[in-house]
Design a protein around this ligand. Structure first.
Ligand SMILES: [Zn+2]
Length: 269
């Protein structure tokens, strides 16, 4: 089994990998830089979502190339990190949330591998956007390692790269958002189309605008990520080591129900 790790803001190097190698993987959407290696016998493929020097803003991340690259390198389970703002006073800066739902407010991003024609049309089911099995396993691993984690939460995804206004933060709260970030959509959607099990560890770096007593800065986000780095890494690598190889969820078959002319992503190269 190969496990994919997508490192978000403040998480640009996997660390801890044996035989770490840099690879460039060619996809129909562009080239992707990956790091591959092993951790306690498990094969790992790491990808820095914003590039290793944070050079790609959230709305320009090549989500399709990234997910395609993980899928075509044989990854079946993906653990992603994301720096988020909190909309919920019970979720405090420094906390980790195993998000289970999203609300999408993005505006400009390709959201599917299935653009019609040869590729077919897919209306993928989103009842469980984040793999329930992988989330539950990570939650148990966190409990065993005494790492406090919120079992679920709703991720409101905005377009960015600007932060939200206090009025938007009030709106997102009212609509049921617990955390706000800029990257989970379409990443989770594409992972689902590709038949991957995908879980996101949302690390709260700050309260949303208007809840926070001061204006937000990227520096504040990076500092919070820096402080949480060790715990986050410990949780991710415990999960890499301990998640089960078998899959009892329905993630692998999410793209089975294609419209006419469809073909499955695993038949495409
Ligand atoms: Zn799954």
């Amino acid at each position: 089994m190969k496990i994919g790790i997508i490192g978000g803001t403040g998480f640009y190097q996997p660390g801890l990998l044996d035989n770490e190698k840099d690879e460039v993987l060619r996809t129909p959407y562009g080239d992707v830089n990956l790091k591959t290696g092993c951790y306690k016998g498990r094969q790992v493929v790491f990808l820095a979502r914003h590039g290793v020097r944070h050079t790609v803003p959230p709305h320009l991340v090549n989500y399709r190339a990234n997910i395609w690259a993980l899928h075509s390198s044989g990854v079946t389970k993906v653990i992603a990190t994301a720096a988020v703002g909190s909309l919920n006073e019970d979720m405090r800066p420094g906390d980790i949330v195993l998000v289970d739902q999203f609300i999408d407010f993005t505006k400009s991003r390709p959201q599917t591998f299935f653009e019609g024609g040869e590729a077919g049309v897919l209306h993928v089911d989103m009842t469980h956007p984040y793999c329930p099995e992988l989330r539950s396993e990570i939650f148990q691993i966190a409990s065993r390692n005494r790492i406090p984690v919120h079992r679920c939460g709703t991720y409101a995804c905005t377009e960015g790269p600007r932060y939200e206004t206090p009025a938007e933060v009030r709106m997102l709260r009212k609509l049921g958002g617990d955390v706000v970030g800029m990257t989970s959509v379409p990443e989770v959607v594409l992972a689902r189309e590709a038949g991957l099990c995908y879980a996101a560890l949302a690390l709260i770096t700050n309260y949303g605008a208007g809840i926070s007593p001061h204006p937000l800065s990227h520096r504040e986000v990076l500092d919070a990520m820096e402080r949480a780095q060790e715990v986050l890494r410990r949780l991710i690598f415990s999960a890499v080591e301990q998640v089960r190889e078998e899959r009892h969820c329905s993630c692998a078959s999410a793209a089975d129900e294609l419209g006419s002319l469809g073909r499955k992503t695993d038949q495409e190269e």
